[in-house]
Design a protein around this ligand. Sequence first.
Ligand code: F6R
Length: 620
Amino acid sequence: MCGIVGYIGKKEAWPVLIKGLERLEYRGYDSAGIALLREGAFSVYKKKGRVSELSKLVKNKNENELSGGVGIAHTRWATHGVPSDVNAHPHLSNGGDIVIVHNGIIENYLSIKKILISKGYKFKSDTDTEVLANLIEDVKNNAKVNIEEAVRLALTEVVGAYAIIVLSKDEPDTMVVAKVGSPAVIGVGKNEFFVASDATPIVEHTKKVIYLEDGEIATIKRNPKNKKLILKIKTIDNKVKNLYVHTLKTKINELEKGGFPHFMLKEIFDQPESLRNTIRGRIVLEKGNVKFGGLEKFKDELKRLNRLTIVGMGTARFTGLIGEYAFEELARIPTKVEYGSEFTYRDIAEPSHTGLIAISQSGETADTLNSIKKAKKEKMLTFGIVNVIGSSIAREVDAGIYNHVGPETAVASTKASSSQVLLQIMLAIYLGRMRGLSKAKGQEILKEIEKLPALVEIILKNAKQIEKIAKKYKNSDNFFFLGRKYNAGTAMEGALKLKECSYIHAEGCNSTELKHGPISLIEKSFPSLVIAPKDSLYEKNKSSIEEIKARGGPVIALTTFGNKELENIADDVIYIPETLEILTPILAFVPMQLLAYYISVERGNDVDKPRNLAKSVTVE
Ligand code: F6R
């Protein structure tokens, strides 16, 4: 996720753009940049770090260097290439004719890059965006078309997701915006236009907005005769579209969180998109396999691995407990899960041919980072499943896979955690396909993986029901979260989510363990959430529910749509859609996150920043 802003009109562009970036910083903040078009040339300023760093840089410039009414800007959350001045947007084409900002991922950028290199193009950055800038320039020069048509033709060759704003120095009164899969909003002012990833940078200037649809290209162009700016929209396949202008009613602080009252809720609701971004470009269905760019050069080592150790802390480790089942079942590799902190300080019996998988959203967790250093000393092959590109863990590991879920702002991990589970299952398929997992089995799971974003959408539609349940249980002092097999880790994650946000004591436990001690805690004020999808252990989970009910404990059962029988046993039932057993944790996470969120809000807590916690724990 990145933020893009554009302005064309009578105001000085740069203050509008910088202010716009500040409003979009929640979408990404590892580097920022601005391009101004003045007197037939671009001035481009870029800076690693937050928008404030760019702002300082720009404010130190001579006013003459900045004046002008056309510009574009970007705040970045790295997807290709580490955060740096060079990789920051905007990106110029080789000839300096085109400048572009982009939010999204161009999946086929490497093949386009190869062709452009063969034509003599040179690249300064590692980004997919610089490839797009040069592709547009190449099309413009060869087809001898204007910038609007060059963008359109170039996009017919592009696969992926994008919201882009493009300027050409040869057409200084034109701005082109296009979108597929990433958001773009156009603000309509009085002979001025604003473009942004969402309406937050726009609302203080105008309430009139146009939401660009997927596959649309908007061109804003000045009529040379009357100097009026005109907006036209067409599709990438060249059909003219009507303009629908909406009037904004929302307030700025609501917009920043996408209309949600808290980042945590926004990030829970981001999950259909964040899962889509985790999957994007990685599934090769015809081969029943998965493609991870970062693992390609390690194929031989990966084939030789005969053990895996997963390390992580908190939520990341709990997702590892789910991954453990997937690696053993699909890849047939003996796997164990450890706290990064414990791994660092103990003797490792068999390091050879053991791979270390470090899971971390922030990529900065000291306990996990230190375990990688230790593993490297032991000559183990180390991998990362990391969200923040260019973070310490991403740089320390031998090979890595990025989550691509965008910045996670709320302290409690939500969209990163579902992506962590999904990536481990995809990695298990990848390692499994090297070790005898059949193509058909790979295909079966991958087909179901592709459905997950839509299934999460179904769960989110029932959020109101979970809010009701939250109101009922908000005054509890204790809570059990119970599950088995894949969902034992899910139960632990559910308990952590509830305890860290609501301050209710919550324990996650394998439901099979209940009768070996914990059940003595059960009484009428001690509720349990039992994860009981219709899977291979459903009957066992049902027995656990009956055991708890027999001792007077309230039960919230989480089961599969259509399985009505638990309504007669449990006090409340939450449904998730049917999927493969191995994928149920990803769906079960969502209602548990919602429950933790709503209970915490009911208790008046600061859900985005629970007490005593920090988003990344960079000390041991
Ligand atoms: C809980 C939570 C933490 C983190 C843990 C590791 O909601 O967010 O338990 O999962 O601190 O953080 P990362 O993933 O950044 O290494």
